[in-house]
Design a protein around this ligand. Sequence first.
Ligand SMILES: [Zn+2]
Length: 235
Amino acid sequence: MTRFSTSTTTDVGGHALTIMSRPEEAGDPAVLRAIAALPGLLEEARAALTLVSAVLGDPGRHPRLARVARQLFLTDAARIADEDLQHIKATFTLIHNGLNSDVTLKIGTVIGKEDDDRSEGAVMFRPAHSKRAAKPYTTIVQAFDPNPGLFQSSTWIAATGAIRLTRQAVTGTTPIRNLVHEASHKYAGTGDYRYLDFDPPDFVSRTTPMTDRKKALRNADSYGYLAQYIDVIAG
Ligand SMILES: [Zn+2]
């Protein structure tokens, strides 16, 4: 796999969208379809995040919100406690502000270095002062460390790279969720505590159920799913 070195820049809503791909995939129709879908996806994600902000700004008007938040963030079932609500809102604000500025997206059939990498999205985390982190699209975030000890605290200052998405993640059925998930890593330093599934009417963990609220409140998939839920069901 070569590096993402082919780059095109377009204007989306007054900000630059730079799309990087691998030279050997420059003529791949499936990759080209994904690239063509990105400006529209970015606009849809911005609109969804505006809706998220409106809903979280007036949670009392959305009777099912506390129940959904309970499943995604382990917040209180009857009413989201103020402190938790402020944290969720602040995280979405970071995501929204990030996607509302110049954005660089790396798109390919495979987004990791290895051909057998099967993840649909990724954001690289590096120590903030690493030379390799000094890219025009680098973001400095206070990142959640799900395994404190490695960095000796539950948060650390990290440099995050460009959002990487596979072409499948862009042209599949849940592109907004996928983009918000990765954007929450890049702009808000979230981690992957649990990957979730929507099994109506509940959000369930694909692996072990969530038990730690602190981690759930910093879980990338929880933000992706809440954005999707509000966009599709409450919107
Ligand atoms: Zn993730």
